[in-house]
Ligand binder design. Structure first.
Ligand code: NAD
Ligand code: WQD
Length: 344
């Protein structure tokens, strides 16, 4: 065993895939999740893939006493990957205090508990949303941070600042801040994947639900942007590729390879794909049609963004490997699995 890692939000979409990859790499994982956006069945899915049942604590990260109990129960935690957060952009506009409390208090509690428990570092889930609409594309880590467009986006910026200030103030731990572009797809076994809550706001779950007939048609939000086909461009990254980057980041912390105590990495493929191109790629790779219509722009949408992933490629030695076709096929297999299980 390489050591114990706490994965907050480990029952969630990215956290579950990361848990599998950490276990494959020889880490012992302790999942801390309040199941506010997931369910305990995800732990079974993880065990089916890796053959190892991760320790699971149903704990809310805003509850410092309960978190203290986790560190006492599992002595010698080497690192934390902090996924636990509320993440629905639209909801955050209507319930800002819920977002500020959940996403900021959780981080503060972890940072306060790290020194007394001698945890070596924390990997933090940030987002390309911090760049807003970048002037220069592809966007690299040196690009300016733009004012957030939602309370959710603001929590990611504030959390990044909290970590930065703590480390400048000589906190005895390291941090790696990972800025994800658009994670999509599911584990190739279809044992774990994204569990959308209610009507999906994100493109891929809406698309696969339309393809299977749960939704009548997919609305494409705008075809009059300044892009080659007029629809918005994003950098869609396979969730297993993304998960693997977390293992590299954890290795970097526990093996003392970080060049400084605080590092930032963009996690994307480096390729921008438009909404219309994505629908096409889905139809081609799965053979399933996606009824869709063009509607007006969605408020607050960024026109186009994709990553310059060179820093992660060279410094972490990590590159997104999966093709968009295979990634979309995995999203479709997951949707079929949800139907088979009677979940959707
Ligand atoms: P998710 O909702 O599937 O997973 C988050 C998990 O955290 C859930 O299982 C939820 O139950 C848990 N959780 C939430 N609040 C908690 C709390 N206070 N205590 C304990 N557990 C709590 O989301 P995800 O897509 O896996 O995202 C993981 C992280 O990555 C989040 O921080 C999110 O903001 C960030 N992120 C996600 C995306 C994306 O598109 N999915 C993009 C950029 C960044
Ligand atoms: C992708 C593209 C839409 C739905 C959001 C958050 C961001 C990050 C990832 C966490 C856009 C278009 C979508 C639909 C559509 N999360 N679309 N019809 O907006 O890039 O990012 O999730 O940090 O912070 O803002 O992702 O999947 O919602 O949209 O045409 O029904 O698909 O306009 O161009 P987005 P998304």
């Amino acid at each position: 065993m390489k050591g114990k890692i706490v994965v907050t939000g480990g029952a969630g979409y990215i956290g579950s895939h990361t848990t599998v990859e950490l276990q494959n790499a020889g880490y012992e994982v302790v999942i801390v999740d309040n199941l506010s956006n997931s369910n305990a069945g995800v732990i079974d899915g993880i065990e089916k893939i890796s053959g190892i049942r991760p320790a699971f604590e149903k704990v809310d990260c805003t509850d410092k006493e309960a978190l203290t109990g986790v560190f006492n129960k599992y002595p010698g935690i080497k690192g934390i990957i902090h996924f636990a957060a509320s993440k629905a952009v639209g909801e955050s506009v209507h319930k800002p205090l819920l977002y500020y409390k959940n996403n900021i208090v959780s981080l503060l509690n972890l940072l306060e508990l790290m020194p007394e428990n001698k945890v070596e570092g924390i990997v933090f889930s940030s987002s390309c949303t911090v760049y807003g609409q970048p002037e220069i594309l592809p966007v690299d880590e040196m690009a300016p941070i733009q004012p957030a467009l939602s309370p959710y986006g603001n929590t990611k910026q504030i959390d990044e600042e909290i970590i930065r200030d703590a480390i400048y103030a000589k906190a005895p731990y390291k941090s790696i801040i990972l800025r994800y572009f658009n994670p999509i797809g599911a584990h190739p076994t279809a044992e774990i994947g994204e569990l959308p809550n209610g009507v999906p706001q994100n493109l891929i779950p809406y698309l696969t639900q339309t393809a299977i007939g749960i939704r009548k048609e997919l609305s494409v939000y705008g075809d009059d942007y300044n892009t080659p086909d007029g629809s918005c461009i994003r950098d869609y990254i396979n969730v297993v590729d993304l998960a693997k980057a977390h293992v590299v980041a954890v290795n970097r912390i526990v093996e003392n390879k970080s060049e400084s105590k605080l590092e930032y990495f963009n996690l994307g493929t480096g390729t921008g794909v438009s909404v219309l191109e994505l629908i096409n790629a889905f139809e081609k790779s799965t053979g399933v049609k996606v009824p869709h219509k063009i509607v007006g722009r969605r408020e607050g949408d960024i026109e186009q963004i994709w990553a310059n992933p060179c820093y992660a490629n060279t410094v972490l030695g990590w590159t997104a490997a999966e093709s968009i076709e295979d990634t979309l096929k995995s999203a479709w297999s997951w949707q079929l699995k949800l139907r088979e299980k009677g979940i959707m």
